[in-house]
Design a protein around this ligand. Structure first.
Ligand code: TRP
Ligand code: SF4
Length: 440
C-alpha cells in the first residue's frame, strides 16, 4: 500500500529507506558532506538521512555564492530535544555563510491547532526564540518573523495558489469537504514562507535549503511542483535523454529561445541546436553543473520579466528522536521528552528511567552485550550529547561487548543533560534582551 505522510498527525515513520524510495528522496550519503569546509554531527552520523537537491547548496558553499536557509516552527507547546535538532542545523549553516530565515507559523498553529495568534506569539517569544539564541543563533543575517506579520508571505501564498487545484491538495493531504479553509491554505502559506526569501526585498533569487523532519516532505513536494508550474523554461533532459532548454509556454517562443541561447553562450557553451517547432534549444556539451547554472540564470531573467519564478528549493530530512519511553517523542506526553526548560532534577529522572537496549540481567549484559541501536540513551549521545565521533564509538563498542552497563551509561547521559540544560538556562536569561535583534 502506498504510504501517505500526514504532516499534522503524530505518526512515526520508521523505515527511512522505504520512505526515500516511495517519495524519490535522495540518500544523504557521505559524499554530500565529506568535502564541505566543516561538518556537523547530525550530517556525519546519518541522522540527516535524505535530501532533495542538496548538491545545489553544496556548490554554493564551496564557491562562496549566496544562499539561504528557511525553516519554520509551529509554536504550539514547549520546546524539546526533538525541536532542537533543526536549530542545531540552522546554527551550523549560519556558520557556513547562509542567510537565515525562521518563520513562526502562527497562522498554521491557528488553522490546525486552534491556537490564537496572541498565544502563538507568547509561546514563540517566551519559549522558542530565547532557546534558539541560547543554543547559539546569531542575529547577523538572520530574521525571525511571524507568518501573520509578513505581507509578502501571505501575498505569495495567495498568488501561488493559482497553480494548485483542489484535487492535488486533497490527494496530497487527505483533506475532505469538511476540512476548514484556513487549514487547506496552510500548505500554500508554507510555500510562501519558503519562496519569499528569493524576492528582491529579502535578498533576491538564490538557492534555498529547507531543513526539516520527514513529516514536512509533502509541503516540499507541493512547493517544488508549484515552482515548476510557474516556470517559463525547463532545463533538463528529454525523454530520450537529450539535454536542453525547453520553453514551456506558447507565447514569445522565438524570443525566449533567443534568451536561452544568450544564457548558454554566456557560460561558454558552443554546441547548441535550436529547433523552434519543438520549442527547444538542445545543448550537447553541457555538464550537470552548467545545466544548473543556466537554470538559475533563467530564473533570474524570468523574474525580471515579471514572472513568479524561483529556484526550486532544496531540502534535507532528519530522523525523529525516539521518546524516552520508546514511543514517539511528543510534547503532549511529558515523560517521553526532555524539554529545554525542564528542571535539572526532573530531566535527570527522565534519563534514569529511559528505555535502553540493555539486557534484563547484569550477567546477560556482560555476556552478550547491549544493543545501542535500540537504545534511547545512546540516541541522546548520538544526536545531542557527544561531539567527538571517537568517544561515541567507544561507547558503542563497549556497550556491544558488554563492558559498559546501563546504570553507569545512564548516569553519564544524565550528567551531560544536566550540563546542557544548565548552560541553556543561563544563556536564556541574557537572550531575552537580544530577541529584538532577530525580529524584523
Ligand atoms: N509546518 C511546519 C511544522 O508543522 C512549520 C512551518 C511553517 C515550516 N512554515 C515552514 C517548516 C516553512 C519549514 C519551512 O512544524
Ligand atoms: Fe544503552 Fe548504554 Fe545500556 Fe548500551 S550500555 S544499552 S548504550 S544504556
Amino acid at each position: 500500500m502506498a504510504i501517505r505522510i500526514d504532516p499534522w498527525s503524530s505518526a512515526t515513520y520508521g523505515d527511512y529507506s522505504k520512505l526515500r524510495e516511495e517519495f524519490g528522496i535522495q540518500e544523504f550519503t557521505e559524499e554530500m558532506w565529506k568535502d564541505l569546509p566543516n561538518t556537523h554531527r547530525l550530517l556525519r552520523r546519518g541522522v540527516i538521512f535524505g535530501h532533495r537537491d542538496f548538491h545545489r547548496i553544496k556548490r554554493c558553499i564551496k564557491s562562496g555564492k549566496k544562499w539561504a536557509i528557511l525553516t519554520g516552527l509551529m509554536p504550539s507547546g514547549k520546546m524539546h530535544l526533538g525541536h532542537k535538532m533543526v536549530i542545531d542545523e540552522v546554527i551550523f549553516y549560519q556558520s557556513m555563510g547562509a542567510d537565515i530565515f525562521i518563520g513562526i507559523a502562527d497562522i498554521e498553529a491557528f488553522a490546525t491547532r486552534g491556537i490564537s495568534l496572541k498565544e502563538a506569539e507568547r509561546i514563540a517569544l517566551e519559549e522558542y526564540v530565547p532557546n534558539y539564541i541560547a543554543l547559539g543563533l546569531k542575529p547577523k543575517n538572520c530574521q525571525i518573523y511571524f507568518q501573520s506579520k509578513r505581507k509578502e508571505v501571505k501575498d505569495l501564498a495567495y498568488l501561488l495558489g493559482k497553480k494548485v487545484n483542489w484535487s492535488q491538495l486533497s490527494a496530497t493531504y487527505g483533506f475532505s469537504g469538511s476540512t476548514n479553509m484556513a487549514h487547506v491554505f496552510a500548505p500554500l502559506l508554507q510555500a510562501g514562507d519558503i519562496l519569499h526569501v528569493q524576492l528582491d526585498k529579502y535578498g533576491g533569487v538564490r538557492p534555498t535549503l529547507v531543513p526539516v523532519g520527514i513529516d514536512q516532505d509533502p509541503h516540499l513536494r507541493l512547493c517544488r511542483d508549484i515552482v515548476q508550474a510557474h516556470r517559463l523554461f525547463s532545463v533538463g533532459l528529454t525523454r530520450d535523454g537529450r539535454k536542453g532548454i525547453f520553453v514551456k509556454v506558447d507565447e514569445n517562443v522565438e524570443k525566449l529561445l533567443g534568451i536561452a541561447e544568450d544564457v548558454a553562450g554566456s557560460i561558454g557553451l558552443e554546441k547548441m541546436e535550436k529547433i523552434e517547432k519543438y520549442k527547444a534549444l538542445y545543448l550537447v556539451d553541457a555538464s550537470e553543473e552548467d545545466m544548473e547554472r543556466i537554470d538559475e540564470e533563467l530564473v533570474r531573467i524570468e523574474s525580471e520579466l515579471g514572472n513568479l519564478s524561483f529556484i526550486t528549493p532544496s531540502s534535507t530530512y532528519h530522523m525523529f528522536m525516539t521518546g524516552l519511553n520508546g514511543q514517539k517523542m511528543s510534547s503532549s506526553v511529558p515523560e517521553s521528552a526532555i524539554f529545554l526548560t525542564d528542571p535539572i532534577e526532573e530531566a535527570r529522572k527522565k534519563v534514569m528511567k529511559a528505555k535502553t537496549g540493555g539486557r534484563v540481567t547484569l550477567e546477560e549484559q556482560r555476556k552478550y552485550g547491549g544493543n545501542p541501536e535500540e537504545c534511547v540513551v545512546y540516541q541522546l549521545f548520538l544526536y545531542h550529547l557527544i561531539e567527538s565521533d571517537k568517544e561515541l564509538e567507544n561507547i558503542y563498542i563497549s556497550c556491544k561487548n558488554g563492558d559498559l552497563i546501563c546504570g553507569d551509561c545512564k548516569k553519564r547521559a544524565a550528567e551531560a543533560i544536566e550540563n546542557l540544560l544548565m548552560d541553556l538556562k543561563e544563556k536564556r536569561e541574557s537572550a531575552k534582551e537580544s530577541i529584538r535583534d532577530f525580529m524584523s
